[in-house]
Ligand binder design. Sequence first.
Ligand SMILES: C[S@@+](CC[C@H](N)C(=O)[O-])C[C@H]1O[C@@H](n2cnc3c(N)ncnc32)[C@H](O)[C@@H]1O
Length: 242
Amino acid sequence: MGTDYDDPAQVEAYDTRHAQFRDIDAECSETLDRLGVTPQSALIEMGTGTGTLAIHAARRCATVYAIDVSRQMLEFARQKAVGAGLGNIVFCHGGFLTYDHAYGPVDAMATGMAFHHLPDFWKGIALRRMNNMLKLGGQLYINDVIFEDTNVAANISRWITHLAEIGGTKLGDEVATHVREEYSTFDWIMDGLLTRAGFKIQSKEILEGVIGKYLCVKESEAAQPSPAAYPDRRANASSGSA
Ligand SMILES: C[S@@+](CC[C@H](N)C(=O)[O-])C[C@H]1O[C@@H](n2cnc3c(N)ncnc32)[C@H](O)[C@@H]1O
């Protein structure tokens, strides 16, 4: 939905485009500080994209598993990691609903601007899967477009206007497309999905009513639903795996 992350032109332009409206290095530092990672930590990043967070994390952790459904994104990220001289990132093709973590449970998980690709029902399934990849007491950080319920229309409208002022009409249109076609949800839905998947919300901020930052701890094991219990989305997919 929305942007096609298998399009080489989109991948190539991604970092420059996002630098127009995000301070990505600051976001990465904030994510890793909040997660309290150490040189012994193992971290999974879901939806790594061009790998900027994975690269920051690899400088502060023992091992990073960087996951994405887009092979183009993964290859771009892999090249960036090679360029940065980092050998402790394991790049894996997979998605929130398909990635099988074949290693031990990790200390920390992070996802930035990727979780909104899943509709809410599938977010709930994904969170249970993510819970199963974490150690008990391990932490999850989510940074994504998430809407506060109060003044939602005004907040979205202000956000679109603001980004159009910074990056021009094209960026404003892209944000409008995000709202229209992707699955960013209300914070109260995220709260419920997280707690039902065995997480305790340690802190939550919704910047300007539209950018959510959740720090959660795995408080209990989530029941792992058998994949066979759900219709296989891949059966009808033209490419990729969610
Ligand atoms: C907007 S980019 C975010 C990239 C990076 N995390 C960031 O903060 O800039 C969204 C990424 O999520 C990936 N993605 C989309 N659906 C996914 C899924 N179901 N599972 C994992 N990654 C997914 C896309 O391929 C893309 O690389």
